[in-house]
Design a protein around this ligand. Structure first.
Ligand code: B1M
Length: 234
């Protein structure tokens, strides 16, 4: 099928059919088609955040389920991730546009041993959209990367992401090292990633566990404001 014919068909679908088709395209790793779907939904007046959560994150959830069940394998999931990133790249500047002045500074990265970066990229986009300045240090970060970046960037928040049950304990290693260096309370520590939960966040000494990017923004705003108020009154 030619690209032109393909475009014609996608743009002829109603919203519900289009989102469902985009999920299929994401599943099949069809980056161009996913990007096209994103553009069509935006042209139809969908808010960037809605496109992100309903079409892209929704699609990746299905990929995750079938990956878990052994229906999809790493190469296919990589293609799906690539398609998702294509869609995210279109949404990124639009989400950032909604931001006001800088409300705080954050360093975020995925911990050592872990190469999943879609979630933390999404958190970065949403934080930037909410007016935070973000230094994203990428994947597979040892403790010194987090601490050096937080100091260098003069961060208010240190954010960590982990997607594997085998890498999430490394978050505690980072927090323990911060304590060891006497700098733990200089930063708000936020953690997130699919295998984590509230209890784990508390157990490792983080300030908050963030279920998703929207919660990360909420917690970040709330905690930075509280810190500023405390400093102003103290
Ligand atoms: Co991987 N993988 N993977 N994988 N992968 C999972 C995580 C898994 C749950 C799949 C499964 O079995 N169902 C499973 C982990 C099982 C476990 O630990 N219990 C798994 C596995 C096993 C593996 C490998 C070991 C597979 C292998 O090699 N045999 C391997 C490990 C590699 C490594 O890291 N060392 C591996 C590799 C990969 C790919 C490279 C193929 C690819 C990553 C590509 C990339 O990221 N560039 C991949 C993918 C895509 C996934 C799934 C399918 C999707 C993850 C994702 O991007 N989700 C995933 C299944 C799943 O999670 N259901 C899976 C979408 C994203 C938007 O959500 O990342 O949860 P998420 O982020 C959310 C929140 O969690 C939160 O906000 C985000 C937005 O709302 N959040 C934060 C995340 N980080 C935050 C940080 C914050 C705040 C909030 O800081 C403040």
């Amino acid at each position: 099928m030619s690209e032109e014919e393909d475009e014609l068909i996608l743009s002829e679908l109603d919203d519900e059919e289009l989102v469902s088709q985009m999920m299929d395209d994401l599943y099949d790793g069809l980056r161009d088609e996913v990007c096209e779907g994103v553009n069509i939904l935006l042209e139809r007046g969908w808010a960037p955040y809605r496109v992100l959560t309903e079409a892209l994150v929704g699609g990746m959830t299905i990929v995750g389920r079938d990956f878990r069940d052994g229906i999809l394998f790493v190469p296919e999931v990589l293609l799906a991730a690539n398609a998702m990133k294509g869609g995210m790249a279109i949404l990124k500047p639009l989400l950032a546009e909604t931001g006001a002045e800088t409300v705080g500074r954050m360093v975020i990265g995925t911990v050592k041993g872990d190469i999943h970066d879609i979630g933390q990229n999404l958190v970065t986009m949403m934080m930037e959209g909410a007016g935070f300045e973000v230094m994203n240090i990428g994947i597979n970060n040892p403790v010194e990367n987090f601490i050096d970046a937080a100091k260098e960037f003069d961060a208010d928040i240190l954010g960590m992401s982990a997607l594997l049950t085998t890498t999430m304990p490394y978050m505690k290693t980072v927090i323990d090292e911060m304590k060891e260096q006497g700098i733990r309370d200089d930063y708000i520590v936020l953690v997130g990633g699919a295998p984590l939960n509230e209890e784990f966040g508390k157990a490792i000494g983080a300030d908050a566990y963030c279920r998703d990017a929207a919660v990360a923004v909420e917690k970040a705003k709330e905690m930075v404001a509280r810190r500023h108020n405390q400093r102003a009154s103290g």
